[in-house]
Design a binder for this molecule. Sequence first.
Ligand code: SAM
Length: 193
Amino acid sequence: MVYDKVAARYDRAMAPLEKGFLAGWRAETLALLPENAKILEIGAGTGANFRFYPPAECAVASELSLAMLDLARSKTEAVSLIQADAEVLPFAANSFDAAFATLVFCSIPKPENAFAEIRRIVRPGGRVVLLEHVRPDGALGVLFDFFNVFTTALIADRFNRRTASCAAESGLDVLEVRRKMLGVFNLIVCENR
Ligand SMILES: C[S@@+](CC[C@H](N)C(=O)[O-])C[C@H]1O[C@@H](n2cnc3c(N)ncnc32)[C@H](O)[C@@H]1O
């Protein structure tokens, strides 16, 4: 898995983006989660979101890469960590009040499977919040289709995902899409039916 290989360098590589805009967007994303609820993070990586978690009844962070998860472990005692594939989540139906992910759906081979799992484990009426880089509209989108050929082959990162549409097709109600940086990033707010 590519993230097992890049884990040790991930935080350092992301530091300029965190400082520039990402940390602010993370705070905005996690502020949309309910407080004192059961929340699940998907693809938590090295735990960059931990400092923005709201007070929770139960907070669980799942992640596929063991190397990323090891680094995350050093950043929290309050969050329960579990190795899990977003496409096959090891939780009972309706276990959570909310689920969220940041910069994850570009890496998941079959996002429709992950959305089906999210719909299963989040209770009806529960919230799903995503901060994702996506295919922007217009000419920029065509450029991203081109980039996608290389990013998929080199780092298994799809640059032309239409994540909000995929969420809607899965049956989630998409309440709001906040476009950021010319629509290259989307903050997607959904409710489970
Ligand atoms: C770009 S990193 C983002 C990490 C973190 N969410 C953040 O915002 O810094 C993508 C993460 O998604 C994880 N990931 C990729 N495919 C996954 C899957 N099928 N299930 C769970 N996590 C996955 C990777 O291991 C990696 O940690």
